[in-house]
Design a protein around this ligand. Sequence first.
Ligand SMILES: Cc1cc2nc3c(=O)[nH]c(=O)nc-3n(C[C@H](O)[C@H](O)[C@H](O)COP(=O)(O)OP(=O)(O)OC[C@H]3O[C@@H](n4cnc5c(N)ncnc54)[C@H](O)[C@@H]3O)c2cc1C
Length: 401
Amino acid sequence: MIAATVALAEAGETEWDVLVIGAGPAGAAAALRIVRLGLRVLLVDRGRFPRPKVCGCCLSPAAVGELAALALPAECLPPAVPLHAVWIASRGREARIDTSGGSTVSREALDSSLVQAAIRAGVAWMPATTVTEIVDCRSGTVATVRQATAAAARLRAGFVVIAAGLADAIRIRSSGEGQARTAAGRPRRVASGSLIGLGATLPAAVGSLPEGELVMAVGRSGYAGIVRLEDGRLDLAAAVEPGAVSAAGSPAALIDALVSDVGGMARASVPSDALAAAAFRATPALTHTTPLTAGDSGQIIRIGDAAAYVEPFTGEGMGWALASGRVLGETFAASASRADFQTRFPVVHARVFAAHHARCRRVAAAVRRPWLFASAVQAARLAPAVAARAVPWVIGGGRLA
Ligand SMILES: Cc1cc2nc3c(=O)[nH]c(=O)nc-3n(C[C@H](O)[C@H](O)[C@H](O)COP(=O)(O)OP(=O)(O)OC[C@H]3O[C@@H](n4cnc5c(N)ncnc54)[C@H](O)[C@@H]3O)c2cc1C
C-alpha cells in the first residue's frame, strides 16, 4: 500500500496552492506537473492504492506518448506489456488486426506508479480520503473531507482540480460575503443511450489468451474486451446497455451471453464458471460532458473523465486523462493570472479533445449498427493489412495535440 505522506490534521492546517481530488491518471499527472512548477500540491483519493478500476487496461499509442512525456523516474515506470494484435469477433466472424505502439498494464500498477512519481516529485498524498463538498470563496476554496476513522475535516486550497472520474459526486457551493449557497451551473449531460461499464479480473490460470493480444466481442447489448495483464491475470472490461445486466440476471451471465452471441471468442476461451466466480464492478453512465469549471470563481476545474468521456471502444480514456493533466499543467505555467488561466483553459481543452471525442462518438455509433460492424470485421478478415492501416484513424493516431 502507498502510505500517506501527510496526516489529516496537518493537511487541515496547511494552505495548499492546489488540491487535486482523485489519483487516477488525470489527477496524478496533473499533481505531478503542477508540483514541478514549484507549487504546494495535495493529492487525495477515496481509495487505498494499489486499487482496481473498471478498465480495459490498454494504453493507446497516444497514452504511451503521454506517459513518456511525463518523464517518470526509472523506478516509477509502469510494467507495461506491448500490445501487438487485436482480435474482433462479431456475428460469428472473427478478424485479427495487427497493432503497434500500444501496450497493456493493470490499473493497480499504472496508477500506483503515477502516484509514487508524484510523491517523489514533492506532492503530499492522502489516500482513503473522500471529498464530499467544496465551498468556493472569493479568497480560495474550502473542501470538506472524510476518512473512515476521523471526524469530517476541512482543507483550504487556492485552487481545486476535480479528477474524480465518472463517479464525481462532490457538492459545490459558492460563498459570497455570508452564507454559502449551492452553485448554479449546468449539471452533467449524459448522452442518450449511454452504456455503463462492467469489469473484473480473472486468475492467471484462466483461459488461453497469450500476452500482447486483446480480444473484443461486439454483440447486441454492448461489447467486451479481454487482455492478459503483466502479472498473468486476465482483465475483462465491457460497455453494455444499462438494462442488459438485470435482463441477463448478472454481469457474468450477460458477458457469457454476449460472447455466445458473437459465436464465441475462441482465442480467449474463458469458461463460464470462471466468469460466474468473478467479482464484477460497475460504473455510472459512460458518455457525458460536464462543465470544466465548477462554482462561480473559476478556481475549481474538472479534468479527465470528470470533465468528459466517450465510451471505451477505441481505448483512449487513459491517454485523454494523462493529456488533460498535461494541458492543465501547461496552461497553469503559461498563464499570467487566474483570469488569464480561466480564459485559456477551456480553449486549449477544446482544441486538444473536441475532435477526438467527436471521432470516438462516430466510431461508437458505427459499432451500434450490427450489420455494418460485422461487414467491417469481414473486410478486416479478408484484408488484414488494410485493416491495420485503418487503426490509427479509428483510435486517433499517436498524438494528442
Ligand atoms: C469498461 C471500460 C473500459 C475501458 N478501457 C479502457 C482502455 O482499454 N484504455 C483506456 O485508455 N481507457 C479505458 N477506459 C477509460 C479509462 O478507464 C478512464 O478514461 C480513465 O481511468 C480516466 O482517468 P481519470 O483519472 O479521469 O479517472 P479515474 O481513473 O476514474 O480516477 C478517478 C479517481 O478519483 C477517485 N475519487 C472519486 N471520487 C472521489 C472523491 N469524492 N474524493 C476522493 N477521491 C475520489 C477515485 O477513487 C479514483 O481513483 C475504460 C473505461 C471503462 C469503463
